[in-house]
Design a protein around this ligand. Structure first.
Ligand SMILES: [Mn+2]
Length: 393
């Protein structure tokens, strides 16, 4: 077997498909110098990719209005290799003379205030909105509460309700992108509690995985027609570990039934590009536990939530951000594992813990008296904010 075939058969939809890699961005350098009424701009880009419009775009990114500037010089020089031809492009601009009135036109200002029509902010925005769907902790197979049958019925009901809710939001908001995140613990498995959950687990491992895979596919069918772009991601939960040794340890952190179920769905979807060609799939990279995607100019980090004590989510996020630029860029952290709905904020950064879909943890009920309030989550996002949050039941 060739190395290529080995790599292909082991491949997963990991990676940076959604958020551009910082290295890619840094490969093409630019510098801009603004001095009074003069601007000098130099760009190093692949050959043939820069024109006058490129320069104006850079001015705009620096907060300058391109209409107020005129080009005074433009030069190009080639460099790089035959495989990767590059060019250096230099632009010079000077500010156009503007006939600025010396007297403030008060009449015009008053008229503008009188004519100002107060409209909801979403009508002011021409851009696109995104929807983040968080779903977790079905723990298919577990005997507790209404068991796997009750959890399956509820999950299918919630999927239908999510599609209806998104459909209704579409009447009010222009939805460009939906990110469905499977937040882990979709199966009960037989590794949790050192395998002590075996007696209380009524489905075989393959039955648990089969339900998970088919439920994921139902969700895909439900949301695919609702937006021009769909991303579906999964993260590993502690119950999804395929094996532990003497009750401890894992193989690799990305080795999980929770994510493997979605990989199977991705492969099925790839066979029907006419239905699912606009759907991207995302699972953690090798030995990793989290995924990051950009939805409507909002960076979403997703994790199961079992790698920090309950309530210490911001401390954990801050730690991740120190060495992982994608975690640093995240506006929203989505987690499961805690089984109850929680919203917490630190400035504009928001952490959501989605409710479980299992009906109750009998162990937790005996310990605390608390029963479950199962459901899933959807949030409307744009430009780093999540102004609308719904629990779906
Ligand atoms: Mn968990």
């Amino acid at each position: 077997m060739s190395d290529d075939l080995y790599e292909e058969l082991l491949s997963r939809p990991v990676g940076r498909a959604v958020v551009p890699s910082l290295n890619d961005e840094m490969e093409y350098t630019s510098s801009i110098s603004i001095q009074g009424n003069k601007v000098e701009l130099s760009l190093n880009v692949p050959e043939g990719t820069a024109n006058e419009g490129t320069g104006l775009k850079f001015l705009e990114e620096e907060g300058l209005n391109p209409e107020e500037w005129e080009t005074t010089s433009f030069s190009k020089s080639r460099w790089g290799s035959e495989e990767k031809p590059m060019e250096s492009v230099k632009f010079g601009y000077k500010r156009k003379a503007i006939d600025a009135p010396l007297i403030v036109p008060m009449d015009d200002l008053i008229r503008a205030v009188d004519n100002f029509e107060l409209r909801p902010f979403w009508m002011e925005e021409a851009g696109e909105w995104g929807i983040v769907v968080g779903i977790g902790d079905m723990q298919f197979g577990k005997i507790d509460g209404d068991g796997p049958e009750g959890t399956l019925k509820r999950t299918l009901h919630v999927i239908a309700q999510i599609a209806i809710a998104i459909h209704k939001l579409r009447e009010q908001y222009e939805i460009g992108h939906i990110f469905v995140i499977w937040l882990g613990d979709h199966i009960e498995g037989f590794t949790s509690q050192g395998g002590a959950n075996v007696f209380r687990t009524t489905l075989t491992l393959n039955e648990q995985i089969r339900l998970t895979r088919r439920v994921m596919f139902k969700m895909l069918e439900a949301v695919a027609p609702l937006a021009p772009r769909i991303t579906m991601g999964a993260v590993p939960g502690n119950h999804g570990d395929p094996q532990r040794f003497m009750g401890k340890g894992v193989t690799r952190y990305d080795d999980s039934h929770d994510t493997e179920a979605l990989i199977a769905v991705a492969e099925a979807a790839a066979m029907a590009p006419e239905k699912f060609g606009h759907v991207e799939f995302l699972v953690p990279d090798t030995d990793e536990l989290t995924i990051v995607a950009e939805i409507a100019n909002t960076v979403v980090l997703a994790a199961h939530g079992n790698h920090h004590p309950h309530g210490k989510h911001f401390e954990w996020w801050k730690g991740q951000a120190f060495h992982n630029p994608l975690a640093h860029r995240a506006d929203i952290l989505m987690e499961g594992h805690g089984h109850s709905e929680e919203v917490d904020t630190d400035g504009y950064r928001t952490r959501i813990q989605v409710p479980a879909l299992e009906s109750v943890s009998q162990w937790w009920k005996h310990k605390t008296g608390t029963i479950g309030a199962p459901g899933a989550f959807i949030g409307l996002v744009k430009d780093g904010l999540m102004p609308v949050k719904h629990i779906i039941r």
